[in-house]
Design a protein around this ligand. Structure first.
Ligand SMILES: [Zn+2]
Length: 591
C-alpha cells in the first residue's frame, strides 16, 4: 500500500499535459489541449486534456481521469506500478503502508524478477566481453559487424555451454530456486520440479528483450553452431514479466524516432534492427520472428501511422508479412512493403552496400495491395481469370480492414482497374470490417459508466471540491444506506486533501477505480462552489426525504397484501405515519 500522501504528491509533481504530451502530441485549443483519443478509433480529436483541472476526458468514448489513471490505462499498468513510474519520473520518494498480503506478494515477485533479469543480463554481457569461452560468440558478432561498442550499447551477452553456471551465479546473488524457476531462465525436466533446474539458454548469443520502459523482461538466445540440431532462436517463456506478443524489440530505444518519422520500419530479426539502428536508421522495431499480434500493433499505433514491412523475400518472410496484416490494418495503420534487392536482409544489405542502399529500398516501399498485385503479375498469375480470382479472394478480407473509408475505396479502385474487374466483384469477397476483428480487446477500453441519481451526483461533486463539505458529511450517517452510489460518497468524504488542488484531487480519484474516476473526469467543479456546505445540506435532506418516501411506498405495498391480521395492519399504518412525520421534519435542512 502506497500512502495517500505519496499518491497526492506524485499526482502534483507530474503535470498531466507534460505526461500525456510525452506519449503523443497535444494541440492547444483555448484553455485545454486536444488529441486523437488513444482509447478508441476516431478521425477528429475528441480527447481533451485540461491543465487547470489536471484531468483528461474523451467525449467520444468517455475515457477520463487524472494523470495516474492515464498512465494505468495507456500503459496497461496496475495502480501501484503507475504510481511508482510517475514517482520515478518526478523524483518523489514512495512511502509505503502495510498492505494486502496478496498484492504485496505479486508486486514483490515482479520486482524480484526484474532484479533477477537485470543481474542475469549483466552476467551474460560480461561473459561476452571477457570470458575465454565466448570467443566464438565474439567472432560471430564481429563477422556480423557488431563492434564492442555496439554490443555494450545493446547489452548483448553470451550464455555459456553449461547446465548450471547461471544458476550458481543467481543463487550467489540470493535468488531462490522458486524465483529462478519463475523467471523462465531455467527449466526442469518435470514441471514444477525446482530441485532439478537447468539453464534454458546454453551456448547462445543473448539478446535482452526490454519493455518499452527499458527494463529487461525476457531474453532471446541465438544459436552459434550453424549445424546445431536445436532451434535457431530460443526465447524466454511467458512469465509474470513477459507476455509474448506484447513486446516490440528495440522500442525502448527507438520510440522518439518513431514519433518523429511517424513511420516504423519493421525488421524480422534483432540483428537486422541493430544494424539499421547503428547505421543511423533509427525508426525501426522488430516483432521478433513472429507475425504482429493485435497487442503489438496497438502498441505501435501509439507512435506511428505508417508501417513499412521489411521481411525476408523468402516464403517464410512473405507469409509473416501476410499474417501481420490483419492486426496492423485493424489498428488503422497504413502498411507498405519494402523489397530488398537480391534476397538480402537489412543487416546483410547494410553491411555490403551501406545504409544508403537500405534507405533507397525503403523509399521505394509500395502499398501492400499494390505490392501483392505486382508480385502476382510478375508470377504470371493475372493472365487468366482463375489467377485473378485467387488474388481477389486473398486481398478482399484485408482490404475490408482498412479503417479509412476514402483510402479503402481508392485501393479498391486501383485493384479493380488493374485487374479489369467491376468494383462489385471485389466488394463481394470483402467481409464487413465488424466481423473481421482481429483481437477481442480491440474495442475501446471504456464502456461502463456509473449512473448517479441527480442528488448523489451533486453531493459527490460538492464533496470533491470542498473540504468543508467532506468534514460535514463525515458527521452524518453513512450514505451507503441511502443510495446505490452512497458508498462512493462515503469514500470521498474520507479523503484528505486541500481545496483548490486539482492534482491532489485527481490523485485521490485514481485510488477509487477507473469507472468511478471516469464519472468525475468531465466535471467542472468551479461552478459548484458557491456556498457548497449549504447546497450539500439541502441536497442531503432531499436524499433522506426520497429514501423515507421509498420506505412509505414499500409499507403501502405491504399493506395491500391479502391475509394481514388487524394487529399487523395497525402496526404498519403507525410506521407509515411515523415516516410521514419524519418527511415533513426533513423538509427543513438537517443539522
Ligand atoms: Zn475516446
Amino acid at each position: 500500500m502506497i500512502s495517500e500522501e505519496t499518491i497526492q504528491r506524485v499526482a502534483e509533481a507530474n503535470d498531466i499535459v507534460d505526461v500525456i504530451g510525452s506519449y503523443f502530441p497535444l494541440k492547444r485549443a483555448g484553455s485545454s489541449f486536444r488529441a486523437i483519443c488513444p482509447f478508441h478509433r476516431e478521425k477528429s480529436p475528441s480527447f481533451h486534456v485540461n491543465p487547470a483541472r489536471q484531468s483528461y476526458h474523451c467525449f467520444g468514448c468517455g475515457a477520463g481521469g487524472g494523470v495516474l489513471r492515464f498512465v494505468m490505462d495507456y500503459e496497461h499498468l496496475d495502480f501501484p506500478t503507475a504510481v511508482r513510474r510517475l514517482a520515478q519520473r518526478a523524483g518523489v520518494p514512495i512511502i509505503e503502508e502495510a498492505g494486502g498480503a496478496d498484492e504485496d506478494r505479486q508486486r514483490g515477485l515482479r520486482q524480484r524478477l526484474l532484479a533477477l533479469h537485470a543481474e542475469a543480463s549483466g552476467w551474460f554481457h560480461s561473459n561476452l566481453l571477457k570470458s575465454p569461452a565466448a570467443s566464438r560468440a565474439r567472432d560471430y558478432l564481429k563477422s556480423r559487424g557488431i563492434t564492442g561498442d555496439i554490443a555494450r550499447s545493446w547489452q548483448l551477452g553470451y550464455a555459456p555451454d553449461s547446465w548450471d553456471a547461471l544458476l550458481v551465479f543467481l543463487e550467489g546473488r540470493k535468488f531462490s530456486q522458486e524465483e529462478i524457476a519463475r523467471s523462465g531462465l531455467a527449466s526442469s525436466k518435470e514441471e514444477g520440479d525446482q530441485g532439478n533446474l537447468y539453464s534454458r539458454f546454453r551456448d547462445r548469443v543473448m539478446f535482452p528483450i526490454r519493455n518499452d520502459y527499458g527494463e529487461v523482461v525476457a531474453f532471446s538466445g541465438r544459436v552459434l553452431d550453424p549445424e546445431a540440431k536445436t532451434a535457431k532462436y530460443v526465447n524466454s517463456p511467458e512469465t509474470p514479466l513477459f507476455t509474448k506478443g506484447r513486446v516490440l524489440y528495440g522500442l525502448d530505444k527507438t520510440k522518439r524516432d518513431l514519433i518523429e518519422k511517424n513511420t516504423a520500419i519493421v525488421c524480422e530479426g534483432q540483428l537486422d534492427l541493430i544494424s539499421a539502428y547503428e547505421a543511423g536508421i533509427r525508426n525501426v522495431i522488430a516483432p521478433q520472428g513472429t507475425a504482429f499480434t493485435g497487442d503489438q500493433a496497438r502498441l505501435l499505433r501509439r507512435f506511428v501511422e505508417t508501417v513499412l514491412l521489411c521481411f525476408d523475400s523468402d516464403n517464410a518472410g512473405q507469409q509473416a508479412a501476410g499474417r501481420s496484416l490483419p492486426a496492423l490494418l485493424g489498428q488503422g495503420l497504413a502498411v507498405k512493403v519494402v523489397e530488398l534487392p537480391g534476397g538480402e536482409d537489412p543487416d546483410s544489405l547494410i553491411r555490403k552496400r551501406g545504409p544508403e542502399a537500405f534507405l533507397e529500398a525503403v523509399s521505394r516501399a509500395k502499398d501492400f495491395f499494390d505490392h501483392a498485385t505486382d508480385k502476382a503479375e510478375a508470377a504470371g498469375e493475372l493472365a487468366d481469370p482463375a489467377g485473378k480470382s485467387r488474388l481477389v479472394r486473398r486481398l478482399g478480407p484485408p482490404l475490408a480492414l482498412i479503417q479509412d473509408a476514402a483510402l479503402r475505396e481508392s485501393v479498391l479502385g486501383r485493384l479493380a482497374t488493374r485487374l479489369a474487374l467491376p468494383h462489385a466483384t471485389i466488394r463481394a469477397v470483402m467481409k464487413p470490417p465488424a466481423s473481421q476483428e482481429t483481437s477481442g480487446d480491440d474495442q475501446p477500453v471504456v464502456v461502463e459508466t456509473i449512473t448517479f441519481s441527480p442528488g448523489m451526483r451533486i453531493l459527490c461533486q460538492l464533496a470533491l471540491g470542498s473540504r468543508e463539505v467532506r468534514e460535514w458529511l463525515r458527521a452524518q450517517e453513512p450514505a451507503a444506506g441511502l443510495d446505490p452510489q452512497g458508498g462512493l460518497l462515503d469514500k470521498i468524504a474520507r479523503a484528505d486533501y486541500e481545496d483548490g488542488n486539482p492534482a491532489a484531487m485527481t490523485g485521490f480519484l485514481s485510488t477509487l477505480g477507473g469507472i468511478e474516476e471516469r464519472a468525475f473526469s468531465s466535471l467542472d467543479l468551479s461552478r459548484m462552489l458557491i456556498d457548497p456546505l449549504a447546497r450539500a445540506r439541502e441536497t442531503w435532506a432531499g436524499l433522506i426525504t426520497q429514501k423515507l418516501l421509498q420506505e412509505v411506498e414499500g409499507l403501502k405495498n405491504k399493506l395491500a397484501r391479502p391475509g394481514l391480521s388487524a394487529e399487523e395492519r395497525v402496526k404498519i399504518q403507525k410506521q407509515i405515519l411515523d415516516l410521514k412525520i419524519r418527511v415533513s421534519d426533513g423538509s427543513r435542512p438537517f443539522q
